[in-house]
Design a protein around this ligand. Structure first.
Ligand SMILES: [Zn+2]
Length: 173
């Protein structure tokens, strides 16, 4: 019994390690863990059970994410993998870790801004919707929104007026 539970604990740690290391298919510099997509990893009689919360519902990446996690676990030697999609409570940009936000910035995507997030709560008091999105390259706040949708529906396309580079902004959600 002791040996069994040790093995069990070992495989759970391995399963968590494997799942947490899977990167987002759209933004390969950020792991699903840092993106806040991994909700739970556990072992049961059926094998590994992973609970994921997709970022934007209807985001085509969701199926790819499920497949990536399943494949990573199969590659690591797990035989049975069950992936559950948990929509409640929904994913929000608050779930992105600090490390994840740094990864996004380094990749050239402006991470969601707390300041802009409050825009949803009190839109009337928010006069300049572009203020607060800092350029991920030069940190200038002098940026403008070009399009509501960037490379994916989850992102908006911005341009930095200071360094003239366009960049994706991960919209608060
Ligand atoms: Zn810039």
């Amino acid at each position: 019994v002791v040996i069994e539970s040790t093995l069990q604990a070992g495989s759970l740690a391995l399963a968590q390690q494997v799942v947490n290391a899977v990167c987002d298919p759209e933004i390969p510099v950020i792991t699903l863990f840092d993106l806040g997509v991994v909700r739970d990893v556990c072992l049961n009689e059926q094998g590994v059970c992973v609970e994921l919360t997709p970022t934007y519902s209807g985001c085509p990446a969701t199926e790819v994410i499920k497949d990536s996690v399943r494949q990573a676990l199969l590659d690591a030697g797990f035989k049975q993998v069950q992936i559950l999609m948990s929509l409640n409570p929904p994913w929000s940009t608050d779930r992105i870790t600090e490390k994840g936000k740094n990864n996004l910035r380094e990749y050239g995507i402006a991470p969601p801004n707390q300041c802009l997030q409050s825009q949803n709560v009190s839109q009337l008091t928010f006069f300049a919707p572009n203020v607060g999105v800092a350029c991920p390259r030069c940190s200038s706040n002098n940026t403008e929104k070009i399009s509501q949708f960037g490379s994916t529906p989850c992102k908006a396309l911005y341009r930095c007026i200071t360094c003239r580079e366009p960049f994706d902004y991960f919209k608060p959600y």
